[in-house]
Design a protein around this ligand. Sequence first.
Ligand code: SAM
Length: 225
Amino acid sequence: MPEAAPPSLPGAPWLERQERELEEAPARLVAALGLKPGQRVGDVGAGSGYLTWRMARAVGPTGRVYANDIQPEMIAILKTNLAVRGITNVVPVLGTPTDPGLPDNSLDLILLVDVYHECDHPWEMARRMTDALKPGGRLVFVEYRGEERWIPIKPLHKMTAAQVRREMALHPRLEFTENLTNLPRQHILVFRRKAVDGPAGTAEGSAPSTAPAPAASAVADPRAP
Ligand SMILES: C[S@@+](CC[C@H](N)C(=O)[O-])C[C@H]1O[C@@H](n2cnc3c(N)ncnc32)[C@H](O)[C@@H]1O
């Protein structure tokens, strides 16, 4: 019997491209997060699992990574990519555009790499991600730096630190902690769920995003022009 072909999806090869090591320094990113063995963390919009398996190694066999995406095909690719590496401490989660489907009050950290700008419902997503964090847990956005024109990514796929901070200011349970801009091209913007919660949000319904959201169903090549 021939082996079943691995699942494929347009966009998945882009996420696994070799140049990404140089452009995004994923090992440096994961080191900057300071993950500890035993932690429970989320990778929202995990795609093919490019960051998931690195986070899974960082939290170790006693830890757990919830790897979420809204595309079932991506989840299938992610499972294959984890299996070939022998990673067993990941829970794949198929989310919706408004809800990542993560357990409430339970995660130490949630990471989104090149995802938040793609969300069709960013306010709802941020609210539900905040629900999933433990008090003191961190919500981390990694986005191509919109302030720097030399970075060869279309403006639609970049965000400024001010944009992300403005959008998170709509969530009173979150506070900005730091911008670890030690990556070649991306911000690492860290927010924390306050130890004592305020109200869950400013309004029911979706607050307008400052970043226009492209369709999330495909990962297109975001390089400029
Ligand atoms: C550019 S890819 C990044 C994938 C991965 N984070 C990485 O760095 O390799 C964006 C991913 O976000 C997913 N996505 C978009 N909107 C989403 C949402 N509301 N919830 C979960 N995933 C979403 C897409 O399906 C896609 O897999």
